[in-house]
Design a binder for this molecule. Structure first.
Ligand code: F6P
Length: 497
């Protein structure tokens, strides 16, 4: 059963409220000075991942109380309900099973069939066996989709550039016609494959963009050529067929996969073409390993659970409004954009699972950018501003091209920033207040051995599970998104004026 418990009515919440009064004045610098082994104590090692969460405004008691909160809101039952396929997305009457897409030990036949279709298709495109209407091989792949049908694949394709083949992959999302034309002007009709990705196949942006692209294509090619240049990914097979795409060129997805969790499905076809099926499978396997960790590890050693509890601690007790995600890897330059949809579309809710308005804070605002670029942009505010901004620093220990000098400097910056946020200038002489840093500013450090399809899969899954845990605690439905509907309706009404 999916629980429906108001977190603020739990004993743990009352205790946390009291405990917060004690902790609020405690400085982490003092905690580090008085607790030998604090870093080891507040660290989790899992496969190629290490989470150091010692630089948070917590003590062992805080963690204990947060774990009690997880128990009282029945997090274990909620996880079980999700993985067992219960219809936990009650407002849409749907199960939530993106994790089934990567569960290779128990793959459902329909998932297996789609993976196999993706494998054969991507191999034909990559090898050049698939020919365009004039007999030439494909050189460019264009994903036409928006939201979850764009952000996930675009982020992963960018993040795994190192593993990419010769194909050039483009993403058209915005209904802004200039965005479409800027992409089309780089393309040759004879060698371009368009993948129209829309779970519903009713999204205004995607359908408009797809029609524009189709018209552009037919300026030179015949209708019969469509079959060699257009494929679609959707749950709405009738709408795909009405668009003129044959069954052979259609990849199915299912309504138990939410758009923002769909990069693991055929929605990831552009990524699969870019990095090849084997790498795509590794991405899925990495995510599946994290799913197992999430399901099985005790909460105190569970990376997504601990990250979620810390985030709730800051959001609901310190009243922090935002959190920054700072990957020290340019490959992850689209990670925050992707996370913004995943986290904010999921947890931006004000009605609880009983249908009542909440009287406590829910969804955090996620923002950020890559280090070291961000250091020269907005770190000033994180270090000396008036707001408390918990940060997730993410780094890979090894660089992919092996440039030691750059890697040493990149990691030195990573460590220096988390140290500076912690220590401030409390132990250093400064000549005036302008140069003073308070320190005591929280951060998590997530170290990953190396960026591979597998570790990327696990990293994304950490954040998927983290947001789910937060939704469970806040007693909201993380898997619907009614908040996007009103604006869509009003835009359509305006278009009819
Ligand atoms: O409007 C929001 C949304 O429904 C997202 O949840 C989704 O990822 C996006 O639009 C695109 O939807 P579709 O894949 O159905 O075109």
């Amino acid at each position: 059963m999916f629980p429906k418990i108001n977190p603020t009515k739990t004993k743990a919440w009352q205790k946390l409220t009291q405990h917060f009064e004690e902790i609020n004045d405690v400085e982490m610098q003092d905690l580090f000075a008085s607790e030998k082994g604090r870093t080891e104590h507040f660290s989790i090692q899992w496969n190629d991942f290490q989470l150091d969460y010692s630089k948070n405004r917590i003590t062992s008691e805080t963690l204990q109380l947060l774990l009690e909160l997880a128990d009282e809101v029945k997090l274990r039952e909620a996880i079980e309900a999700q993985f067992s396929g219960e219809k936990i997305n009650e407002t849409e009457n749907r199960a939530v099973l993106h994790t089934a897409l990567r569960d290779f030990k128990n793959l459902k036949p329909e998932i297996k069939a789609t993976l196999s279709q993706m494998e054969h298709f991507s191999e034909a495109i990559i090898s050049g066996k698939w020919k365009g209407y004039t007999g030439k091989s494909i050189t460019d792949v264009v994903n036409i989709g928006i939201g979850g049908s764009d952000l996930g694949p675009a982020m992963v394709t960018e993040a795994l550039s190192f593993y990419k083949n010769h194909l050039k992959v483009h993403y058209i999302s915005n209904i802004d016609g200039d965005h479409v034309m800027e992409t089309l002007k780089q393309l040759d009709r004879e060698t371009t494959l368009f993948i129209i990705v829309s779970k519903t196949f009713t999204t205004q942006e995607t359908l408009t963009n797809a029609q524009t692209v189709r018209k552009w294509f037919l300026e030179q090619a015949q209708e019969t050529a469509i079959a060699k240049h257009f494929v679609a990914v959707s749950t709405n097979l009738d709408a795909v067929s009405n668009f003129g795409i044959s069954e052979d060129n259609t990849f199915t997805m299912w309504n138990w996969v939410g758009g923002r969790f769909s990069l693991w499905s055929a929605v990831g076809l552009s990524t699969c073409c870019a990095i090849g099926y084997k790498n795509f499978e590794q991405l899925l396997k990495g995510a599946n390993e994290m799913d197992i960790h999430f399901k099985e590890a005790p909460f105190s050693e569970n990376i997504p659970v601990v990250l979620a509890l810390l985030s709730v601690w800051y959001n609901n007790f310190f009243q922090a409004e935002t959190e920054a995600v700072l990957p020290y890897s340019q490959y992850l330059s689209k990670f925050v954009d992707y996370l913004q949809q995943a986290v904010m579309e999921s947890n931006g809710k004000s009605v609880d699972r009983n249908g009542d308005f909440v009287d406590y804070q829910t969804g955090t605002i996620v923002w950020g950018s890559t280090g070291t670029n961000a250091q020269h942009a907005f770190f000033q505010l994180i270090h000396q501003g008036t707001k408390l901004i918990p940060c997730d620093f993410i780094a890979f220990e090894e660089s992919l091209f092996g440039n030691e000098e750059h890697q040493r400097k990149l990691l030195a910056n990573f460590h220096a920033q988390t140290d500076a946020l912690l220590m401030g200038t409390r132990e250093t002489e400064v000549d005036n207040n302008f140069k003073a840093f308070s320190g005591n500013r929280p951060s998590n450090s997530l170290f990953i051995k190396k960026l591979t399809p597998q570790t990327l899969g696990a990293l994304i899954a950490i954040y998927e599970h983290k947001l789910f845990v937060q939704g469970v605690i806040w007693n909201i439905y993380s898997y619907d998104q009614w908040g996007v509907e009103l604006g869509k309706k009003m835009a359509n009404q305006r278009l009819q004026l």
